[in-house]
Design a protein around this ligand. Structure first.
Ligand code: MN
Length: 229
């Protein structure tokens, strides 16, 4: 078998404390997973119906990278989120066994063209151009569960832009836990090793401008820095 042209490289994320890279298969994201963020967006939270969307795997930007300001928006927003990297897939994964599928944790920004998302919501259109654009997923290196365990609910998640605090919460504020997210996602998709999950953002989402420098931390797990070009 011969490809018609060279296939793209598999996007991958460094695994901290090793020479390994995590090969990204898909990027799943959950919306409205912190009550204070849902409220600031004027949305309600439905425990019965979690809201998922995707970004392409090659939307990742590795830690300390430059993020080109995207086309077709005047309203680029940051959303800081814990990331969860899966070592094993499956369908209909029970909550009680879901954490056994986790390989590693990290932190990322779910960059959003908020103006396009607002229009899409009004018109009942899909969110793809608002969420799944090129370079829309800056991510930290991953820390393996085998090295650090699972982050506690008390772990702080923060984002600073140009040295000013923009977003802060602790993981206990998540509406769907990591295990519940994996369980719910696995009803819609057969999850696979290499899937990366963005677990939702707290309140404080706001504008990013040309030249802004961001620094995100998930206490005890990871840091992420970068710049908007
Ligand atoms: Mn998000």
């Amino acid at each position: 078998m011969t490809y018609a042209f060279s296939p793209h490289a598999i996007p991958s994320i460094p695994v901290a404390g090793s020479d390994l890279r995590f090969p990204v298969h898909r990027i799943h994201c959950i919306g409205r997973n912190y009550a204070d963020h849902a409220a600031e967006m004027g949305a309600s939270v439905d425990r019965a119906q979690p809201m998922f969307f995707m970004k392409p795997a090659d939307a990742i930007v590795i830690d300390d990278g430059d993020v080109p300001y995207p086309s077709m928006t005047q309203e680029l927003h940051h959303e800081v989120e814990m990331t969860v990297a899966l070592a094993r897939g499956g369908r209909d994964i029970p909550v009680a066994h879901a954490l056994e599928h986790v390989y590693a944790y990290g932190i990322g920004l779910d960059l959003t063209r908020r103006d396009l998302q607002s229009i899409a919501k009004k018109r009942g259109h899909p969110w793809d151009t608002a969420k799944g654009f090129d370079h829309s997923a800056p991510v930290s290196a991953l820390r393996r569960v085998g090295d650090i365990g699972h982050p506690p609910g008390s772990a702080r998640l923060t984002l600073d832009v140009n040295g000013e605090r923009r977003q802060a919460t602790e993981l206990s504020q998540m509406i769907f836990s990591v295990a519940e997210i994996i369980h719910e996602l696995s009803k819609f998709y057969e999850l696979e090793s290499g899937d990366l999950i963005f677990t939702g953002t707290p309140a404080g989402v706001a504008l990013l401008q040309h030249g802004d420098r961001f620094h995100a931390e998930l206490e005890g797990v990871a840091t992420l820095s970068g710049r908007i070009l």
